[in-house]
Design a protein around this ligand. Sequence first.
Ligand code: ADP
Ligand code: MG
Length: 353
Amino acid sequence: MNKFMRRPQKRLSFVLVLTAFLLLACSESASEYRQSLFIFGTVVDLKLRGVSNERAEEAVLTVDKAFQRMHKDWHAWKPGELSALNHGFVSGQPRPVTPFLLPLMTQSQVLFKQSEGLFNPAIGKLIALWGFHSDDRPSGPPPASEAIAELVNQAPGMDDLEIVGNQVRSRNPAVDLDFGGFAKGYALNIAIDLLREQGVDNAIVNAGGDLCVSGTHSGRPWRVGVRHPQGAGIMASIEALDGECVLTSGNYERYREHDGVRYPHIIDPRDGLPVRHIASATVIDEDGGRADAAATALTVAGPNAWFRIAKQMQLRYVMLVDEEGAVYMNPAMAKRIEFQGGEPEQLVISDPL
Ligand code: ADP
Ligand code: MG
């Protein structure tokens, strides 16, 4: 008799435990934790899926801590490791660099070379001359052409850096590092990695349209928007796959304005002048730093040179939009992009990369 009475109870408790487990699993996979952080002068929105709020909160705290350190130690002109190093380059003496900053330099050297110097984070002095080493929008007439020419002639480049172990020196006193065209993408990648380390495998980290993702959104790829070149909303959408980043560089966001002329913050290192021919470049890549650097380099390269530079940078998905709204891309990108409100009037599909 005892035997018969215990059995249904056992079965009942098993069913209860199973139901509770399934409910928990369902609510976990359906739940989304959202948080906004501030880094590099922009708001970064994070969405974490499939984990408890407690775990998500903790994971985001770790990311925030890393972001704060990046903000300080990768900053081009505010006190921190990079700006101290920049001051030291004038002496030509080697200085130690932390493992936190060093990879930005080594990776940038490669990207500099692949982009034929169009991505050149060593032109900090030029960027400062144009007034972009400031939190506020610069105004007034552009700098004197003599001052621009002087800096261009000194030709600072990433190949002027001599890196031996953790010791770095510059052979050229004009080198001044500014990772503004690279650090955001690099940071987004690190954020995704930090989240994964803490058991968050489904996330999106979005800095105003520049983003990296991990996993999926409830089993489907994350669908993300590509910013419109004129800054008004979204021009297309893309399904970002596990581990991918989508980075857009545009000359519509930060600029100097004088007498009705806009001078954007992306500088062509060859003549020291702001790039005006292209409105934006978008790159999808698993390496956020490379995608960011490439988007900047392709903006400089423009419609004539983008294909060669993209090939050299080993990119797989590239799109450019010029000031007239003409869209250029490689066939693999064309397969992935979905335009809002139909295809653009002028669409140029290149050869495969
Ligand atoms: P956004 O941050 O608007 O997406 P970018 O990624 O292109 O645009 O970054 C622009 C920043 O990169 C500038 O503010 C400046 O700090 C830096 N920069 C400007 N021109 C270059 C260049 N030719 N190579 C490398 N960095 C650049
Ligand atoms: Mg960039």
